[in-house]
Design a binder for this molecule. Structure first.
Ligand code: PHE
Length: 344
């Protein structure tokens, strides 16, 4: 037994210096101890053998622990504050069966599907834009007071005009690009018919109805002979499909620099006949802004307003979804609260 104690001491010391830790299991001391067993008197063999096995187990445990430590040391360091694509390995993502589509995504898909059946294609907006697209191309010259209605977040970096970039306050920021991109449709005697459902940003005082980040769907339709009746009919049809019932609609005159005439569009409350909390007892819900595209906006995109006319609309998606699902506070959408999200 004395012999075993000596071997344990020697092997533990050597273990610390070994590069390949598992080599300790091949050490000659261990082999010699096993070689001793048959030489011992029969009655001592079993106790001695067991003690040697204990030592061997101890060494195996030390090897396993050392190997595990080496493995974790060799993982590349992770910057937990960085977006994950900067780090070498992708984190394991939650399996999809544990998640659901966000309620806004579900409804955006539905909106795009309805407009798709009416012949509109969908385009994405962007989360940073220049002031030419957000304002100038939409007939808001520099210093125009209506810019104040679209107060949003800005970068410190300036664009080629020396203006800061902005987080777009409306999806109308895409109108000029859409008109240019689909110009060929007009030459082929087809309409430009595009919807842009995407995220927009405003510098708002936050409350149950106002959020700094929300969603709009923009609609742009241009062809020969387009008139305001087509605008009203398109929106009415869309809303009737969306709420799955016949609805009355109403337009009131309004002002936007990029449409002329401009309208505020309201629909009959889909939830009541005599006033309820959704329509603030008024039976009407002011839903969106719209109008006939201003000739200057068509010109800025190289379209001759004497030949072509068009309509545009911009509708808040959060509001549509809040009404549909009776959601009382717009801030739930961006809150990432699972209690809220799991209901959809
Ligand atoms: N962009 C406008 C807004 O957000 C809505 C709008 C879009 C009005 C298109 C007219 C035409 O307030």
């Amino acid at each position: 037994m004395e012999q075993i104690e000596q071997a344990r001491k020697a092997l533990t010391e050597r273990f610390a210096e070994l590069d390949v830790k598992s080599n300790i299991l091949k050490a000659k001391e261990l082999r010699e101890l096993y070689g001793e067993i048959p030489k011992l008197p029969v009655e001592q063999r079993s106790a001695f053998g067991q003690a040697v096995n204990v030592l061997k187990n101890e060494l195996e445990t030390m090897v396993a622990a050392a190997e595990a430590a080496v493995e974790s040391d060799s993982l590349s360091p992770v910057d937990v504050t960085a977006p994950f694509d900067i780090n070498a390995t992708r984190p394991k993502l939650l399996p999809t069966e544990q998640g659901t589509t966000h309620p806004l995504t579900q409804e955006i898909e539905r909106v795009v599907e309805i407009f798709g059946r009416m012949g509109f294609v969908a385009e994405e907006s962007r989360e940073i834009d220049d002031q030419y697209h957000m304002f100038e191309s939409l007939n808001f010259p520099k210093g125009h007071p209506a810019r104040d209605d679209y107060d949003t977040f800005m970068t410190t970096q300036a664009d080629t005009d020396g203006d800061p970039y902005v987080a777009p306050a409306h999806t109308s920021t895409m109108q000029n690009r859409i008109l240019k991109k689909y110009y060929a449709n007009l030459e082929n005697d087809e309409a430009i018919a595009v919807v842009v459902p995407d995220r927009v940003f405003r510098n708002e005082d936050l409350d149950a109805r106002h959020e700094h980040t929300f969603y709009q769907v923009e609609g742009v339709y241009v062809a020969k002979g387009v008139h305001a009746g087509m605008l009203v009919a398109t929106l009415q049809k869309f809303l009737e499909e969306y709420y799955d019932r016949k609805l009355k609609v109403r337009v009131n005159p309004f002002y936007f620099p990029f449409t002329e005439p401009s309208f505020e569009f309201a629909l009959e409350c889909p939830f009541c006949e005599s006033g309820c909390s959704v329509c603030s007892q008024s039976k009407w819900i002011e839903l969106l802004g719209c109008g006939m595209i201003h000739p200057n906006v068509l010109k800025a995109a190289g379209i001759d307003p004497n030949v072509y006319t068009g309509f545009a609309f911009g509708c808040g998606i959060d509001r549509l979804v809040m009404m549909k699902h009776n959601i009382e506070d717009i801030r739930h959408f961006e809150s990432a609260k699972l209690d809220f999200l799991r209901q959809f």
